[in-house]
Design a protein around this ligand. Sequence first.
Ligand SMILES: *Cc1c(COP(=O)(O)O)cnc(C)c1O
Length: 358
Amino acid sequence: MTAHIRPDLATIPAYVPGRNHPDAVKLASNETTFGPLPSAAKAIAESAEQANRYPDNQVTELRAALADFLGVTVANVAVGCGSVALCQELVQITCDAPTDEVVFAWRSFEAYPIVTQVGNATAVPVPLADGHLHDLDAMAAAVTARTKLVFVCNPNNPTGTAHGRAELERFLDQVPAHVLVVLDEAYYEYLRLTPQTRPDGVEIGRDRPNVVVLRTFSKAYGLAGLRVGYAVGDPEVITALLKVHIPFSVNRVAQAAAIASLEARGELLDRTDVLVAQRAQVRDALLAAGYAVPPSEANFVWLPLGANSMAFAEAGAAAGVLVRPFAGDGVRVTIGDPHENEQFLAFATAPENAARFR
Ligand SMILES: *Cc1c(COP(=O)(O)O)cnc(C)c1O
């Protein structure tokens, strides 16, 4: 190796692909178990026939469909190669000096510290409060003159916890208007708070130009493999996002599949009801076995196993169930289909395992 590489990248761990056993139940990545709906599969096949042509770099048709669905204008919507790309682009449009700060809760989505460092800015992680929730008061207090961006992951990945609308609005009231706040709602479709308390970033952001909302087709819409997410916000923020967007990074097949899936959303969103019922069953069984599991508003549950987290995940893999450990903190387990969840519970609630890990 002779070429010069930014030395600070040495502190970012090189990507280690997740363990993958062909026969194992995969509950490690918060994916949907089902394949695409027939209408989406058809759109995928048809658009693949035009793979020789560049996609629409403006993502015109999908942005129009999203604007219509959300009750906003096309100028309020940007589409990214997964919402994780939009996370990185949001750092790029707000931070231009190493002293610029990005505030986020920790533990939260693993991409936040990475995109902050890649964007040459300074991460300000704020520990979660009791109950594994964002400590919104501490986050507001962490905002300084150097803060350019705040990520709020609601529901939070990996703990599944969510704040209601009033708490989020109280937080936003404390953040200066020149600081951009990202409400990352990757798991929005799995929220089951009451209509009064339910946080909806698009509604919350309507009269707050410093709020941008991220949602994705990767989770409830089941298109994780195609990479489509979107941002909803003030037209000035959206225009800036389009400037740093990697050209043509939202591919033709992804755009077509997202449009078809948005049209078929009734069926996709019905599936979330089944998942939410399973989520309650899995949590109840874990609680009965003596695990502490916070209530989840997402498509996974969190087991705060501390020092036992890695050993739990290893034992799970040996039992044919892949889950996602976070060393020293806990384990995130995606809710799969009923037989997958049963296989996980058979492992986790077996008396010898519960006694060893909880
Ligand atoms: C899964 C996830 C995303 C979405 O990722 P994509 O890039 O859209 O697949 C974004 N934020 C959080 C918190 C997530 O868990």
